[in-house]
Design a protein around this ligand. Structure first.
Ligand SMILES: *Cc1c(COP(=O)(O)O)cnc(C)c1O
Length: 451
């Protein structure tokens, strides 16, 4: 037994992979909104530690994973690569379907991969406290675990409607030792202003981000932390793809297509970028498919332009596929995919034609999730189920062609704390939502003017 664990430990990657080193063109830099000039580390130093800002701007191909971070990864990494034979049989497909299961992390999703790294670099620079926002609570719980392990305090501004609708995520964060406020709160000037206008304000991710940022700049020794979108977050997630390359080799099945759901894009980049390195080197022909909800169609209906990362316009301008920072997503059940933009690095890859994208409706997503539960036994997070429906479509296309195909998708998290959403599905209460073209055009018209 002991030997097996030692062998597993050897298989945890020793470096993160930075795709910037291999892209045919560099991505556009972030801009300081006041000057219109490229934002440097000094623009972001008040809110992020230097260790992470160096990674954010790094041209290096490989960045060593600190031993302290690998020691914690050991709890759930390497994550299993599983062949979905039950699903293959149900679809009667000649395709082989594999999934990389990130739901085995203690907090239940891939977000722990970056949470541990971010907590580590903050701790290294003497930071004693982090403040962040969370929507449905996946990010908050991953960071709560990581902060506690490094002996740091964490304050989470959780969107008020989710705070009341998803009480168990809040319990999990509190159990890990975090302080959780329903946002808007009385703890920030911005929150107090909003509550004075409307005591029943239910909050939004944009408001929660603004409160967390205000908290950080008014509390010395505190920094801010983001669970997706930025380059360093995508970098930390590449452990998923590096492990998968080795595991697919062991299965003697190189993927013809790699798929994943996209919210801010970090988990998809994490599984796709290491395989993209092989393709850019001319060794493989793998396709990459990002799957988003029709309710937040950043890739399929958005515009590639400079925009703010948040509703309150406090972040630097990022060049990304965006629906506009004013975009208000519908209340779909995949809470982790409700973001107005897409990671700049992934947006750049899409613009270069290196990845494909598709959008799916939530009732189809939950149908696919149920088939997966009944054939593979695992309850997927509603976010992850967007990849399942796309994998099923690929497997059915292979069947129609009568040709084999190796499909790999990212199962980013489990859905044990999303059973209320599954309850709505079983009761027939789920509705589909296509974001109206006019609403998209309106928020895109409000994009900041650059250059
Ligand atoms: C947050 C989340 C996502 C979406 O975030 P990305 O940055 O696009 O990966 C997907 N799946 C789960 C389970 C999540 O918690």
């Amino acid at each position: 037994m002991k030997k097996k664990f030692l062998l597993d430990e050897e298989r945890i990657p020793k470096t993160w992979y930075n795709v910037v080193a291999d892209l045919p063109e560099p991505p556009a830099p972030p801009l300081n909104p006041a000057t219109g000039q490229p934002a440097g580390p000094e623009d972001l130093a008040p809110i992020f530690p230097m260790g992470l800002l160096e990674q954010e701007m790094s041209p290096e191909r490989y960045i060593a994973i600190p031993d302290e971070v690998r020691d914690i990864y050991r709890i759930w990494r390497p994550t299993p690569l599983i062949r979905a034979t039950g699903l293959e049989k149900a679809l009667d497909t000649p395709a082989r379907i594999f999934f990389k299961y990130e739901g085995v992390s203690p907090a239940g999703s891939h977000k722990s991969n970056t949470a541990v790294a971010q907590a580590y670099y903050n701790k290294q620079e003497g930071i004693t406290r982090i403040a962040t926002e969370t929507g449905a609570g996946q990010w908050g719980s991953a960071l709560a675990m990581a902060c506690h392990m490094f002996g740091m305090d964490l304050t989470v501004y959780m969107v008020k409607v989710s705070y009341h609708q998803k009480p168990y995520r809040r319990t999990l964060m509190q159990l890990y030792g975090a302080e959780v406020f329903p946002s808007p709160t009385e703890h920030t000037a911005y929150g107090r202003t909003l509550l004075a206008e409307d005591p029943d304000n239910g909050g939004s991710l944009g408001i929660a981000i603004s409160e967390a940022l205000e908290d950080v700049v008014t509390h010395p020794g505190s920094k801010y932390s983001l669970g997706s979108v930025l380059n360093h977050v995508l970098l930390h997630q590449t452990v998923i793809g590096e492990e998968a390359i080795e595991q697919m080799e062991m299965a003697d099945a190189y993927p013809d297509v790699v798929l994943g759901c996209v919210g801010g894009g970090s988990s998809f980049a994490g599984i796709a970028f290491p395989f993209m390195r092989e393709k850019l080197a001319g060794k493989t022909k793998t396709r990459f498919l990002a799957v988003e909800p029709t309710a937040t169609p950043s890739f399929t209906k958005g515009t590639f332009a400079y925009d703010f990362g948040d509703t309150a316009k406090m972040t630097p301008l990022l060049k990304m596929y965006t629906l506009g920072h004013d975009f208000i997503p519908a209340g779909i059940h995949a809470g982790g995919l409700r973001y107005h933009g897409m990671a700049p690095l992934l947006s750049h890859a899409y613009d270069l034609g290196l990845i494909e994208a598709s959008a799916v409706r939530q009732t189809k997503v939950f149908d696919a999730a149920r088939l997966f539960v009944q054939t593979e036994g695992i309850v997927p997070a509603p976010e992850s189920a967007h990849a399942i429906i796309a994998a099923i479509d690929e497997a059915l296309a292979a069947k129609a062609e009568g040709a084999p195909r190796n499909i790999l998708f990212n199962l980013t998290g489990h859905g044990h704390l999303d059973l209320a959403s599954y309850d709505s599905f079983l009761a027939g209460d789920l509705q589909d939502y296509d974001h109206p073209e006019e609403a998209i055009a309106e928020s895109i018209a409000a994009l900041p003017k650059v250059g």
